[in-house]
Ligand binder design. Structure first.
Ligand code: ADP
Length: 518
């Protein structure tokens, strides 16, 4: 098998496979990106659920405090008693409708907790006073909000739930942050989550609580994070995912199915390649068997044909000169045997060429004598068709030439002129010798060869399809063989442009030779 054919088969299998693999990889990568995005969304949803749980806790606690406040008179004693009974409350303050502080009282005596509160509320006091004067944040209806959170840091974190009452007072409930955190943590999941870890991170970035078996590496970034709303605005929930958890989510099935798909495609393509290879080798084998059969038959035909020609020539010589009828009939026999000989010679030459066995056998000869001998053979049939044969001789020097090759080239060209250009009524041959070259022109006045066919007519088995060619039989070998022989002879066969008909130019390299002794 030729290396180029092997390369073509390899390319036939590898190229589509490579293309499929590339497209599959792109698809898998896109798919993985989508799955990764969905995975992040999933983690985010998990964090949102936890956040909701935290806020539900917070809301439940503050609502119960507010309900207690509703049933408590806004008096210092009652408020101090309420504070003493609540575990979650750290301090209560009340600003009157005129924004004067009602509780803790403006003047001492204060409890220790009240004194500490008053000392630590200092940085937040302007905001609280502004709230009281309705200059705080707006509610959903555009009016000043009736409740909200106020968080600030002094020595400790202060979380205050404020509420505007119907009487115009502003009440603030400061929650005990430690207790609040304990309550929140109490509401968080305790189950040991497989594969990942969720952490509650406070405002200074410290992990307050975490759950899940996975131990993130130092400096590992979380896969999802969610800021908690007020009053825990600076806090966040983060989710670290283990490689196993990510793999489970991404799923390796895509890669496996891609590989499986590629393997199936590879097997199919290989099967196809093997099938086509078998078909083509079968065709090549069949074709070469046919060629060798034709070669064998041609070879077998050559000997009887030579005998027929010899005996016909002998018969023609022995016939009386005046027996024109018999001479005419014998001329037809001779011209047909020569035509058949040319055909067989072309087929055998092609066979030799295909086997790489085409070789020249040069001997000293005079080209014009060879041309005259060929013309003599064609003369009767050309006469019968009314075609004039003109020969302008100019190659009389003895040279080294393959007589059979020159005869075959000229035979093919004149036979073509006879078949395709009979209507022109003329076949002109011209010969010249120049240094070590012999040039012979064969021209006719027939329809010529269309310019787009000028190169193609020299290809083996190519025939110009037109009325003229279709009506005459041929193999499409004549010009191809003639050109091969001319090229082997160090020259070429070309089609020259001419005003009418076709004009072929044969060039042969023919070094000067000494004439053989007769
Ligand atoms: P074949 O004659 O067996 O078809 P050739 O190789 O000798 O094969 O010629 C190839 C084609 O070139 C022919 O089929 C014919 O169409 C065209 N051709 C050759 N010689 C001539 C010519 N003298 N005039 C017109 N057409 C020609």
């Amino acid at each position: 098998m030729k290396p180029s054919l092997i390369a073509a088969y390899v390319a036939l299998v590898l190229m589509p496979l490579g293309l499929l693999g590339w497209m599959g990889l792109r698809l898998a990568m896109d798919e993985q990106e989508i799955v990764r995005h969905r995975f992040r969304q999933l983690l985010q949803v998990g964090l949102q659920d936890t956040e909701e749980e935290i806020h539900k806790q917070l809301k439940g606690r503050t609502q119960s405090l507010l309900r207690t406040l509703e049933s408590t008179p806004l008096k210092t004693d009652a408020l101090r008693a309420m504070l003493a009974h609540s575990g979650l409350l750290r301090q209560v303050f009340v600003l009157g409708a005129d924004c004067r502080r009602l509780h803790p009282p403006l003047d001492p005596p204060w409890t220790r907790a009240e004194r500490e509160f008053l000392a630590q509320v200092e940085p937040a006091w302007p905001d609280l006073a502004a709230l009281c004067r309705h200059r705080g944040p707006e509610g959903s209806n555009g009016a000043p909000a009736r409740s909200g959170w106020k968080v600030w840091r002094s020595r400790d974190i202060h979380i205050v739930r404020w509420q505007r009452l119907d009487g115009g007072e502003l009440v603030g409930l400061e929650l005990d942050s430690t207790r609040l955190l304990a309550d929140i943590i109490g509401s968080l999941p305790h189950d040991r989550m497989r594969g990942g870890r969720v952490a509650l991170v406070d405002s200074v970035g410290e992990i307050v609580y975490q759950w899940g078996r996975y131990e993130p590496a130092p400096g590992e970034l979380p896969r999802a994070s969610l800021d908690l709303g007020p009053p825990l605005g600076a806090w966040k929930l983060v989710h670290y995912a283990s490689a196993a958890e990510i793999d489970r989510a991404l799923g390796s099935s895509m890669v496996y199915s891609l590989l499986a798909g590629l393997a199936v495609a590879a097997v199919l393509l290989l099967g196809l390649a093997v099938y086509f290879y078998r078909q083509s080798t079968r065709h090549i084998r069949d074709a070469s068997e046919r060629v060798s059969f034709v070669n064998r038959v041609s070879h077998e035909l050559r000997t009887p044909l030579t005998n027929i020609r010899l005996y016909a020539e002998m018969l023609a010589d022995s016939l009386p000169e005046d027996d024109e009828r018999s001479h005419r009939r014998l001329d037809v026999v001779l011209s047909e045997t020569r035509r058949l000989s040319r055909l067989i010679a072309n087929v055998l030459t092609l066979g030799h060429k295909q086997k790489g066995q085409l070789a020249l056998c040069t001997t000293p000869a005079v080209p014009d004598e060879i041309i005259r001998a060929v013309l003599a053979h064609f003369q009767p049939s050309l006469d019968a068709r009314g075609i004039e044969l003109r020969f302008e001789a100019g190659a009389e020097r003895c040279v080294s030439v393959d007589t059979d090759a020159l005869e075959q080239i000229l035979g093919n060209l004149i036979s073509n002129a006879e078949r395709y250009a009979a209507e022109g009524g003329l076949v002109a041959i011209e010969s010249r010798q120049k240094e070590d070259k012999t040039v012979v022109w064969v021209s006719d006045r027939g329809p010529g060869i269309p310019s787009r066919q000028r190169d193609k007519v020299f290809e083996a088995f190519h025939r110009v399809s037109d009325k003229l060619t279709d009506s005459s039989s041929g193999t499409g070998l004549g010009l191809a063989i003639a050109r091969d022989l001319a090229r082997m002879h160090g020259g070429d066969l070309t089609l020259e442009s001419s005003e009418v008909g076709a004009r072929f130019r044969v060039v042969l390299r023919t070094p000067a030779a000494t004439p053989p002794e007769r």
